[in-house]
Write a new protein. Sequence first.
Length: 79
Amino acid sequence: MEPLNITLPWMAHMTIATVSKYLQSADPEIATSHLPEHAQCKPVEDQVTVLKKARTLWRKMCDKKDVTVPMSHDGYLKL
């Protein structure tokens, strides 16, 4: 996942899963409650990094000028 400088596959998976869970919620912001369950196996520092990456991913999805990350159907519904 190059636009976010993620080199670890597990971190990319968790970041996408976090955004997906957020998009399917009624919450106004991405929070720890959106982390996938298996994130609890990771150190707190890694969980914080995933949250930061997920927030960046969501900002990039919302930025109409940024074509590196497309908006998903769930994202349109969230907006």
